[in-house]
Design a protein around this ligand. Structure first.
Ligand SMILES: CC(=O)SCCNC(=O)CCNC(=O)[C@H](O)C(C)(C)COP(=O)(O)OP(=O)(O)OC[C@H]1O[C@@H](n2cnc3c(N)ncnc32)[C@H](O)[C@@H]1OP(=O)(O)O
Length: 409
């Protein structure tokens, strides 16, 4: 194990600008003042970690306090972000030191899990993070995509500026999000972060707009999008970029997508955070033309294994003993008896023999219900110790919705 020779400090509010400058350097972009201020509002200094070499800041990591949707409920989760090490100090164990310290801090804070978006997928498995939710990147040619014609009154659509309709957006997001593993709770500060829209980051497109759907019971869905003009010798070839579509009615979902796929002078659509079970693929007449590309979204780390496993619900009744190994947080290592079902769950130290064996990373992969036990068994990373245990526990770890994630934090 590489260990950092430099001490780790807790951040103060006034360190934020310096952290921002380091992270902008590492992510190869300039400082955007408006975005920087919304990020300052979500920054929690006491959860920021810094490493300095002399006076120079050379490494950072931070966590945000939010609830994460899990099968059957939600759990307090450290949302890990702002991770970076200066190019002058890379591959000397600074990240390793930060991650170890951060996992300890998260455990002490009483959050059973940590969650993050990874800049590169190979960075976090060594720290026990497992790929818990994937997403589809959709880029399609709207001329090739048709939705079924409306069968009756599909309600009414209105356009507005998102910041003018914050109350509607928050209400719909909270209502729909109650049954969406992978979605993170948004308070006012997080809505501002999601909706910040500096011109310098639009890449020539319009400001962000919202289309709202009104059904028989009022506003029940919204879509956030922008458009970008492009003209070719043969005519228009504009782009519609969709950020999120959140609806509590099928009519709203259909109506919003019908509009988004048929905006005049646009010929292409891009939607980079579609769920792996996105209904759009079941609605259009030629799903292949959506060009779906499967990539990683959320990485989950179980910080307190029994608390985390007891915090979610299971699709079927399950009673299983799992032998877990965790090199970084040895408190998690051991045999845990999980008893659960759709309504309750408990997880306690086991006295009997184990049915399954895996490392803590596998539990992260399973946690949101989007990864099959048998898939992990087929990789050899999860082992069936009692014949029949996979068939018994496999359906329980799944869920009726694939996990998904709306915003990168
Ligand atoms: C949640 C988020 O914020 S995601 C954003 C992460 N940040 C970035 O991508 C910004 C650019 N990259 C960086 O700042 C750095 O390269 C970091 C933070 C990814 C890695 O920091 P370092 O201090 O170099 O990592 P460290 O030396 O502790 O490496 C730990 C181990 O991970 C490996 N590793 C670290 N980064 C990478 C990588 N990008 N690709 C492959 N392996 C990596 C190292 O080889 C090392 O392996 P070992 O223990 O087998 O020797």
């Amino acid at each position: 194990m590489t260990t950092s020779p430099l001490p780790i400090q807790t951040a103060r509010a006034e360190d934020f600008d310096e952290m921002g400058r380091l992270l902008n350097l590492l992510f190869h972009h300039g400082l955007e003042p408006e975005a920087h201020e919304t990020e300052r509002a979500i920054f929690e200094p006491e959860r920021g970690l810094l490493i300095r070499d002399g006076t120079e800041l050379v490494a950072t990591a931070a966590a945000f306090t939010r609830a994460l949707g899990v099968p059957g409920g939600s759990v307090p989760a450290a949302h890990v972000s702002m991770v970076g090490v200066a190019p002058t100090h890379r591959r000397r164990g600074l990240l390793n030191a930060l991650m170890r310290r951060q996992l300890r801090d998260i455990r002490q804070a009483g959050e059973p899990v940590a969650v993050l978006w990874a800049s590169e997928g190979r960075i976090y498995p060594r720290f026990g993070y497992g790929l818990a939710a994937q997403r589809l990147q959709i880029t399609g040619d709207t001329n090739e995509l048709r939705l079924p014609a409306p069968t009756g009154d599909e309600g009414r659509l209105r356009l507005d500026r998102p910041t003018e309709r914050l109350a509607d957006l928050a209400r719909i997001h909270d209502r729909v999000g109650a049954d969406r593993p992978g979605w993170s709770a948004r308070d006012d500060r997080w809505w501002r972060y999601v909706l910040v829209d500096p011109e310098s980051q639009r890449d020539g497109a319009t400001e962000r707009r919202v289309v709202l759907h009104e059904g028989p019971d009022g506003v029940d869905g919204y879509g956030l999008f922008r458009t970008k003009a492009q003209w070719e010798g043969t005519g228009p070839r504009g782009l519609t970029t969709v950020d999120e579509v959140v609806t509590s009615s099928a009519a709203g979902y259909r109506a919003i997508w019908r509009m988004l796929l048929s905006i005049d002078l646009a010929r292409r659509v891009s939607f980079l955070r579609a769920a792996v079970d996105e209904p759009l693929l079941r609605l259009v007449d030629e799903p292949r033309r959506l060009g779906p590309q499967l990539v990683d979204a959320l990485w989950v780390r179980l910080v307190d294994v029994p608390a985390a496993l007891a915090a979610r619900r299971y699709a079927t009744d399950v009673d299983v003993v799992v032998e877990v190994t965790d090199d970084l947080l040895p408190e998690n290592t051991g045999r845990w008896r999980l008893q659960g079902g759709p309504k309750t769950a408990s997880c306690v130290p086991a006295t009997g023999p184990a049915d399954l064996a895996c490392d803590v990373r596998c539990l992260g992969e399973l946690f949101l219900g989007g990864t099959g036990l048998t898939t992990l068994a087929d990789t050899g990373r999860l082992r069936e110790l009692r014949p029949g245990a996979l068939a018994h526990a496999g359906p329980a770890f799944g869920w009726h919705r694939a996990p998904s994630a709306l915003e990168v934090f």
